[in-house]
Design a protein around this ligand. Structure first.
Ligand code: GLC
Ligand code: GLC
Length: 670
């Protein structure tokens, strides 16, 4: 992989794509044949010459690759060329109807494909209902985002959903209407443009692996329409499901065993990887690809900057495989990517692949998903916090952090989902760690069952057969604050605060986009009341999805002096400060990061650089003071005196540097 810093090479931008000459000719020929249809479409939509020209330039650049991708996926079908034509026309209409304000952004971003790598980009994620009740009121929170320093806001799915349990919005019944409890499509557009005026990017989900069982397509399938039954994987008996089942894992084993759901009215089995009411879409059918492409463009045009591609690993199935991370899944996303490059070129894809680290990285490229959650870093930060040792984290970072140009990690500690221990077993084995035992240890630690643990997490999807489980809990509860408050122990409260800020400090500085799950800034504790709501009781992830408490804002100005109020104030102000400091440090842009051998297993060290600027980060993962040789700073930072941009303390390199319990320091030369 090329080092980051330089612009994308032609080969990279055009894909490491070898287009066989036979196919290249086919591609050119097909485009020539389709040109009259395109012209007709422009005429119908009343598109002027400059706009046609812009589209054509991009079409010429990407058509060859798009053709090959679609040919690989659907080329053996008799009606391939019909689908190809429809796909081209869908893209053309999307460009024709794209609001001019978004086209303006498209034009900028074509020339600035790394805009999201700036040190000024900071993300936040929230549920509209839990944060501000509805989209209208969310507009009033823009000042709050600005105060905290956010420049990217991910709103959890807000489209129309089925009644009852809807998996936190991930069971969508209509991609073109907003859940009426939250507002309307116009409210969404209005919010998007207000965010844009404030320099904040909007991130929304593209939930394209499945629809809700009450989506119109699913309803028509249930009504017996053959055409719509082909949109899903529906089986008359257990023959095929049983064969598939041999190589599949279970994602939500406490909800339902296996991956298929019996539908009583249809008297058939339906493929449902997640909940029984989330029907997997059948992308072997090109009509599904086309239908979802239209939904994608619709969502993009509401004013979305970044589309979070949900559950990418699962979108293609093949008998005898795990049906995760298949090559065709990548081709599908790449085809969506090329179509976005052609019709909505400012749009960026974010990958949600919570899978083995070797697989996570395969979704990341300018041609596929430009940005991606970094679940490996997330899991290993928690691992380091439990063990107080950074060896496994360092080992993983040493060969897993680097990414291609024009791409970025999204670094987070908590999100709306659980924590799974997705580190590589071989990385662990290289350090003499047995991965299975270690995961058992981490599960016991974070559910507070390991003696001396500070954490108060709860199990998610415990599988008694495999011994597998994941962890739910808020940042604060997992970092020890819940236990410390309960035991009213001052020392532990201080340590818990430091643990939170330590982890935040790493995600803010290690390279990539930091993403805060809103509520973290107030150190919000687990909310056990979800159990009272029947639509939520079966899913322990709700414990870490608390409702925003706006009265906390008043505490900032010295309002409440309660114990917990002062903790919240301290966490909020420290985090806000770190964010502001990050924005003032150009070496924190981009991805390039070199690890430093600190000579101390408790201390993570790395250097970030940008042009002639360098910044050294030291992070102590232990509740005891640690000492690092001054020489480490001198040789990695090339200077004699360093100042911590967080605490403003100066360190001469002639002496050993002493790090307080859980201290993180961002050291620059003075
Ligand atoms: C994604 C979401 C998760 C959801 C699942 C099914 O992984 O993050 O919350 O349950 O997809 O849509
Ligand atoms: C699995 C899936 C991921 C999903 C999560 C929900 O880890 O890989 O897509 O978000 O389950 O718990």
């Amino acid at each position: 992989m090329p080092a980051s810093g330089v612009g994308p090479s032609a080969a990279e931008r055009n894909g490491s794509f070898h287009v066989p000459s036979q196919l290249r000719m086919e591609a050119e020929l097909s485009l020539r044949r389709l040109m009259p249809r395109l012209t007709e479409c422009w005429d119908e939509c009343g598109v002027d010459e400059p706009l046609r020209h812009e589209f054509q330039t991009r079409l010429d650049t990407y058509w060859g690759e798009l053709f090959v991708l679609l040919y690989d996926l659907y080329g053996s079908r008799y009606d391939f060329f019909y689908h190809l034509e429809q796909i081209l026309l869908t893209a053309a209409r999307a460009w024709a109807n794209r609001p001019e304000s978004l086209r303006e952004i498209d034009r900028h971003r074509i020339n600035e494909p790394e805009w999201f790598s700036s040190e000024r980009v900071i993300g936040g994620a929230l549920y509209v209902d839990l944060f501000s009740e509805n989209l209208g009121r969310l507009t009033e929170s823009i000042d709050y985002f600005k105060e905290l320093g956010l420049t990217y806001v991910h709103l959890m799915p807000l489209f129309a959903v089925r009644p009852g349990d809807n998996d936190g919005g991930y069971a969508i019944s209509n991609y073109r209407s907003v859940d009426p409890r939250l507002g309307t499509i116009d409210d969404l557009r209005n919010l998007a443009s207000k965010l844009r005026e404030s320099g904040i990017s909007l991130v929304l989900d593209f939930v394209f692996n499945h629809t809700s069982d009450d989506h119109e397509w699913a309803q028509r399938a249930q009504a017996g329409e053959w055409e719509y039954q082909q949109y899903y994987y529906i089986f008359p008996n257990r023959d095929l499901p049983d064969q598939y089942e041999r190589t599949l894992r279970e994602i939500f084993p406490t909800v339902r065993r296996g991956n298929f759901t019996w539908h009583d009215a249809m008297q058939q089995w339906v493929w449902t990887t997640f909940n029984s009411f989330q029907w997997d879409l059948n992308y072997h059918n090109p009509s599904v690809f086309r239908a979802m492409l239209e939904e994608m463009f619709f969502i993009a045009d509401t004013g979305v900057d970044i589309l979070r591609l949900d559950a990418v690993a699962f979108i293609w199935k093949r008998m005898g495989t795990s049906c995760e991370n298949l090559p065709e899944a990548h081709k599908l996303i790449q085809a969506f990517n090329r179509l976005a490059r052609i019709a909505t070129p400012g749009l960026v894809f974010k990958s949600e692949a919570i899978v083995h680290p070797d697989e996570v990285v395969k979704y990341i490229s300018p041609n596929e998903c430009q940005i991606s959650y970094n679940p490996t870093l997330m899991a290993l930060l928690w691992e380091s916090l439990a063990t107080r040792k950074v060896d496994l984290l360092v080992r993983s970072l040493s060969h897993r952090h680097r990414l291609p140009t024009c791409t970025a990690w999204v670094n987070y500690l908590r999100c709306h989902d659980d924590i799974g221990w997705t580190f590589d077993d071989a990385d662990a084995a290289a350090l003499g760690i047995n991965a299975y035992d270690h995961r058992q240890f981490l599960n016991r630690f974070y559910t507070g069952q390991f003696e001396g643990s500070f954490a108060r997490g709860i199990p998610f999807q415990e599988n008694l057969e495999t011994g597998d489980m994941r962890i739910a809990g808020t940042l604060a509860s997992l970092a020890g604050l819940e236990k410390a408050i309960e035991e009213n122990c001052e020392v532990e409260k201080e340590l818990a605060i430091k643990r939170m800020l330590l982890l935040q400090g790493v995600t803010l500085s290690i390279g990539g986009i930091p993403l805060i799950y809103l509520g973290e800034e107030w150190a919000m504790l687990n909310d056990y009341d979800f159990i009272k709501d029947p639509a939520k009781a079966g899913d322990t992830r709700w414990v870490h999805r608390p409702k925003m408490r706006w009265e906390f804002l008043a505490e900032l100005d010295g309002g409440s002096e309660s114990q917990e109020g002062s903790i919240r104030k301290e966490v909020f102000q420290s985090l806000r400060r770190m964010i502001a400091v990050r924005k003032s440090l150009p070496p924190l842009a981009g991805q390039s990061m070199d690890l430093i051998a600190t000579g101390n297993s408790n201390v993570l060290g790395f250097v970030r650089f940008h042009e002639s600027h360098r910044l050294i980060v030291l992070a102590n993962f232990c509740e005891r003071q640690q000492s690092i040789s001054g020489n480490v700073l001198r040789t990695a930072g090339l200077g004699r005196f360093f100042e911590d941009a967080i605490s403003s303390i100066t360190y001469p390199t002639s002496e050993a540097i002493s790090l307080e319990p859980y201290q993180i320091a961002w050291l620059r030369r003075v």
